[in-house]
Design a protein around this ligand. Structure first.
Ligand code: GDG
Length: 479
């Protein structure tokens, strides 16, 4: 690992030598990105939202890529966390990230909604880059330390670390769904991928269904001595190695969100926002990365039809859709953006008035404080993915509804549906049902809102982010 240039601004010089960290997180991306002016800024996303508070609690290193193809390997501090940046070349970015991660694994693991590509060259790059991550993690890790590897981009890393460092505890967490056997079997490198995962002592996934799918894959494609299903997961044994596979539904920092959402500042901003929107009776909100898995187009289509059928009144309804730019050079993302923007244009063209569109569409990332204002201003949150590991936006909305009002329309294919059963659950492929559920959420009376929201808030408060991390790390330290 190089220790060259220290980035400007928020960073301080490297104080800790490599190989000294008792706790190392390995993820494809660092929690920061390089801005045009050379400074580092936090970058949004589910994994970062989840892991940053966990890292702040424990001192350790975060190994990841800076997202560029001209970056340098460097090690620096950012807001109290040691970051170890890994450099990728342009070709590696194209083949590993654009290809194997986002044109093979991402679509395949999300129900193959978008055509899945299988290319030997991109898989070779996946292997090479995974080895680089494993090597970088090993360079950070102190003797007998603990490493927590994250997500679909790094599924070979646990085995690669195990091969070099039998002394360390290895955890792996998959943030996206693990596909059913019928789909997973298509992957030409299925046995290699599972062997990669089985290098970990603990393999954590979002839901019980995901845990079962991992175990079905292992039973079918791996030679193991023993495999037992138990509760919300199971155990795999081979020689002296044991891997526990278990569901750990990820969550949000409930107290921090609730506290921030209850401030006078937020209350005031909510009032101002609703006024700017023309004091509508109903505010409907969507917040998503602009990804074809999130079903943004489906919900806009449902809203359009509800307007056409006079079941939503354009004079008293405001819809806000935040669509955070994401993977813009990957196949499938361009066309979903076009579909979404066309629908926004159609709805506003048909039902908007001058200076007052029905849909407010924001195609950029907002500061989290502004998201909180939107969560508090929205009477209904629409979360309609075709497939989603968990969906933190749904849990953030629930945590932010400090007065127990509001309604959540939630796809049954989001991991969050396993816990948030009081939401208006929908099959997003069923447009008529989606419309019925949106209409029901809009017209739900206050008392009903309070009882549903209260129950959901209770669930998220009990199973918050700290509980998630503590449960995972506790199992990792004993298994
Ligand atoms: C993956 C899995 C799983 C969004 N817009 C802005 C912004 N965000 C933050 C949200 C939330 C996060 O990004 C999005 O998390 P999700 O869970 O909804 O979705 P993915 O990014 O697809 O995350 C997912 C997750 O990993 C964790 O395991 O739940 O299933 O796909 O925290 O608040 N944050 C800011 N500005 C924005 O405009 N600051």
């Amino acid at each position: 690992m190089e220790h060259d240039q220290t980035p400007p601004d928020q960073t301080t010089p490297d104080t800790e030598a490599a190989g000294q960290a008792d706790f190392v997180v390995v993820a494809n991306r660092l929690p920061v990105r390089l801005e045009d002016d050379g400074s580092w800024a936090l970058s949004p996303g589910g994994l970062v939202s989840a892991m940053l508070p966990v890292m702040r609690e424990r001192s350790g290193s975060w190994v990841g890529w800076d997202g560029s193809d001209d970056g340098e390997a460097q090690r620096f501090e950012f807001e109290g966390i040691t970051l170890s940046a890994l450099a990728l070349s342009h070709q590696e970015r194209e083949e590993y990230y654009g290809g194997a991660c986002n044109e093979t694994i991402w679509p395949l693991f999300h129900d193959a909604i978008e055509t899945t590509q299988f290319h030997r060259e991109t898989w070779a790059a996946y292997r090479t880059v995974n080895q680089r991550f494993a090597d970088a993690a090993c360079a950070e890790l102190a003797e007998g330390g603990t490493v927590w590897v994250h997500d679909y981009q790094l599924q070979l890393v646990p085995r690669m670390i195990r091969a070099q460092r039998p002394d360390v505890r290895i955890g792996f967490y998959l943030h996206i769904p693990f596909p059913p056997l019928e789909l997973f079997s298509r992957l030409p490198w299925r046995a290699e991928l599972l062997a990669g995962l089985l290098g970990a002592d603990v393999i954590g996934v979002q839901t019980q269904a995901d845990a079962r799918n991992v175990l079905y894959g292992v039973r079918r494609f791996c030679e193991v001595d023993d495999l037992t299903f138990a509760g919300d997961g199971g155990v795999v044994r081979t020689g002296r190695e044991t891997s526990v596979v278990k569901a750990f539904p990820i969550s949000v920092d409930y107290e921090a969100i609730a506290e921030q959402a209850a401030t006078d500042e937020v209350e005031l901003a909510v009032k101002e926002l609703r006024k700017e929107l023309g004091d509508p009776k109903h505010v409907l909100l969507g917040v998503d990365r602009l990804d074809y898995t999130k079903g943004i187009d489906l919900r806009l289509k449902a809203i359009h039809e509800l307007l056409m059928e006079h079941r939503l009144d354009p004079r008293s309804t405001a819809v806000i859709q935040v669509a955070v730019p994401s993977r813009e050079d990957v196949q499938g993302y361009d066309s979903v953006r076009n579909r979404v923007e066309q629908l926004v244009g159609t709805i506003n063209g048909d039902y908007g008035k001058l200076g007052r569109p029905v849909v407010q569409y924001i195609h950029k990332s907002l500061p989290f404080s502004e998201l909180l204002v939107l969560y508090r201003a929205a009477d209904v949150l629409l979360v309609t993915p075709f497939q989603d590991g968990m969906n933190l936006v749904a849990k953030e909305y629930v945590a932010a509804r400090v007065d127990d009002t509001g309604a959540l329309v939630l796809s049954e294919f989001a991991g969050a549906a396993e816990e948030l059963s009081e939401a208006f659950l929908v099959n997003p492929y069923d447009t008529e049902h989606l419309k019925e559920q949106i209409a029901a959420a809009v017209s739900m009376d206050d008392e009903e809102q309070r009882s549903h929201m209260h129950a959901m808030r209770d669930t998220v408060q009990r199973n918050d982010l700290a509980a998630w991390a503590t449960a995972f790390l506790a199992l990792l330290s004993i298994s």
